[in-house]
Ligand binder design. Structure first.
Ligand code: ZN
Length: 405
């Protein structure tokens, strides 16, 4: 009950009075694995629709979770400012209980007229589109339900600078894969009613600052998982003030809302690692799904910062050896756990760190938990007093190499 109240409050705080873009992020790993990420946009009508949709799914899942072993809820999103008035949000829900359920929901919203847009508002000739779509779907899914095709609806779609993307549920198309089916229609083949702005490309390359590290002295790597978040800026401010650095294992689908923070990470001598795109439990993913989770995150980080991550931290700390063969990224766990997501108390976080930290430790924290932010200055000061130098994970690996040779 307490959690529901806190959660409702969180929804209210983040959706009720927001003017700037942000992401709501809920990550739980008690009985269930839960990773829910969705955007808070500059428009409250849209925000209310999104949060009540997500809230309903979350509550239903929480009511049911105890009936299953190893249940998982994952909600991730796509976000696009199509032009200065139109926002596109897609929400992808995956639920694993005794079965697998995949759902898609899209919102195409016109801020100027404060209304949700339908396909008729977006495409000039829907009947021409209809003809093409049916042809493509029939070719791809021969078993598709004829009733469905006859009465096809275009409730779920998003637009970006290149494509109109249509989404269909697997049940409708009798697709055994149970995955959401999507079709990209190139915009240049469509007559549109709305204007699409061409993407502004601002991926400036920022080189990593050279640091003066004595590798004969003690080193430690601070790592922050599950960000970026609304706390990231504060973490970066503290690191800068303390002349320290950290490694941020980023969840790709939140990155677009924190471009400035990501750029600062690289510019100010920290490192960015990959923590998947939507924080799914990796052991459930196929090779292709896993690669997609990795590659989408690599791309969004490269686009924003010009930096290519070389390290990966598995979600929930779990993976199989097979997964490691699907990527060149180095899998990085930790050897000191602050348990910041559990303890919610700065003293306990400090205790957890200082009872086990030693030379070459990798310390696990989370940048969406306020108590690690509150404890950060003290953590850094105490480590400095103990003679530690701060390095990124890649620098730590380099130092281990130097020491071993
Ligand atoms: Zn995580």
């Amino acid at each position: 009950m307490k959690k529901i109240i806190i959660l409702s409050l969180l929804f209210f705080l983040l959706t009720g009075c927001s003017s700037e873009n942000d992401v709501v992020s809920i990550i739980e790993k008690k009985h269930s694995k839960i990773a829910v990420n969705y955007p808070v946009t500059s428009n409250n009508t849209l925000n209310n629709e999104i949060s009540s949709y997500v809230n309903k799914i979350y509550q239903e899942f929480k009511n049911e979770e105890k009936n299953y072993q190893n249940p998982e809820l994952n909600i991730s999103y796509t976000y696009k400012d199509v032009n200065k008035d139109i926002i596109c949000v897609g929400l992808i829900t995956e639920i694993y209980t005794d079965k697998e359920i995949n759902k898609i929901k899209t919102f195409t919203f016109d801020k100027k007229n404060n209304k949700f847009l339908t396909m008729e508002d977006v495409v000039k000739d829907v009947s021409a589109l209809d003809y093409v779509i049916k042809k493509v779907l029939l070719e791809k899914y021969r078993e598709a339900d004829m009733d469905f095709l006859a009465n096809i609806n275009y409730d779920y779609f998003t637009i970006d600078n290149e494509n109109l993307t249509l989404y269909f549920s697997p049940a409708e198309l009798k697709n055994d894969n149970k995955e959401i089916i999507y079709l990209d229609i190139p915009l240049n083949s469509l007559k549109l009613l709305i204007d699409i702005d061409k993407e502004k490309n601002d991926n400036t390359y920022i080189s990593i600052k050279k640091k003066n590290i004595d590798y004969n002295k003690k080193v430690v790597a601070l790592t922050f998982d599950d960000g970026p978040s609304k706390y990231t800026k504060k973490i970066l401010d503290i690191l800068k003030e303390e002349e320290a650095c950290a490694t941020f294992f980023i969840v790709g689908n939140k990155a677009l809302f924190y471009k400035e923070e990501l750029q600062r990470m690289i510019k100010e001598g920290s490192e960015i690692g990959n923590h998947s795109y939507s924080h799914k439990w990796l052991n459930r993913l196929s090779e292709n799904e896993f690669k997609e989770e990795i590659n989408k995150t690599q791309k969004v980080i490269e686009d924003i910062t010009g930096f290519t991550p070389k390290i990966f931290r598995p979600t929930y700390g779990g993976y199989s050896d097979k997964l490691k063969t699907y990527t060149d990224l180095n899998f990085i766990l930790w050897n000191v756990d602050s348990e910041d997501w559990k303890v919610k108390n700065t003293n306990k976080i400090l205790n957890n760190i200082f009872k086990s930290v030693k030379d070459e430790s990798i310390i696990l924290m989370h940048d969406n938990h306020e108590y690690s932010v509150k404890a950060l200055k003290e953590i850094i000061d105490n480590l400095k007093n103990d003679g530690y130098q701060f390095v990124t994970v890649s620098e730590l690996l380099e130092i281990q190499n130097l020491r071993n040779n």
